[in-house]
Design a protein around this ligand. Sequence first.
Ligand code: PMP
Length: 346
Amino acid sequence: MEQKKQVCENVLDLVGNTPIIKLKNMTSSFKGNYYAKVEAFNPGHSSKDRIALYIIEQAEKKGILKPGDTIIETTSGNTGFSIAMVSIIKGYECILAVSSKSSADKIDMLKAMGAKVYVCPAHVSADDPRSYYQVAKRLHEEIKGSVYINQYFNELNIDAHYQSTGPEIWNQMNGEITHLVACSGTGGTISGTARFLKEMNPNIKVIGVDAFGSVIKKYHETKEFDENEIYPYRIEGLGKNLIPSATDFDAIDEFIKVTDQESAHTAREIAHKEGLFVGYTSGAAMQAIKQLNEEGEFKEGDEVVVIFPDHGSRYMSKVYSDQWMSDQGFFDTENEEAAQSIQYVK
Ligand code: PMP
């Protein structure tokens, strides 16, 4: 009998088809069952592998990208890492304009994957020439043969999740799902997944997670862009100071806001109680579930899927650093939690 080698052609073969893992301990007192779609199992350790691969392959199909061309993007880190990874395998140059709010680990990782990185000030308006949007736009104009992914305003961002994340969740859950809870940054993940799931069953309730300091929730409720909602916050990749067209507001039933502090503690709790080492926005999504539970959103028999967008290793100098937590004032009593978990033997 002919034996076939069981190997991947390259790392991109592993994008998508991430597992759904049932949550046990954190939700044991809640009504309903809770399941996490753990996107850290992508080879680039986040959901952004899906859009990087999908958008680049669509550009290839349309003849927009040719070998040796340059791919440009603005990113809080994850999309950049994924684009850099896809660029290496497919032979493109990769330039990334990132916010200075991104963790040092994330920026170093982009460099490790061969990308050229521009670090731009975080707390300037989107139309300021120093903002990462404007820097990316300028580079795109200056560099011949460059493609600007523009994930916040690219409909293909929604499509990528409509084609992959949505059908995966539907099949993995055997169609038994009552709620989807997911963070909204560009909005691509929640919008594409929600579009697919609602086509299969319009009764599925889709709840977006937003940050205090972001305009998204208020815009969804009032269609008003309220600048007064905007102020700096810590969570990377969640919420926005503009309205992305990659968010399909009609596919989302409601938004809920979470704080930096509670989301950080909840991320640490996921690691402690579920053994899943996930990122800051996974903490935010789980924090939203806690708040929804307190509001009485869930009932017996509900099947709730939450998306955990990335891996905890990207936050070693932030959420998983006791020093950083303490510096933010996130420990209620001085370093109490740190003292409990580390014993220094002298
Ligand atoms: N979590 C993290 C860590 C992210 O980087 C992002 C993307 N900005 C999101 C959540 C939100 O995903 P989306 O952009 O698809 O809304």
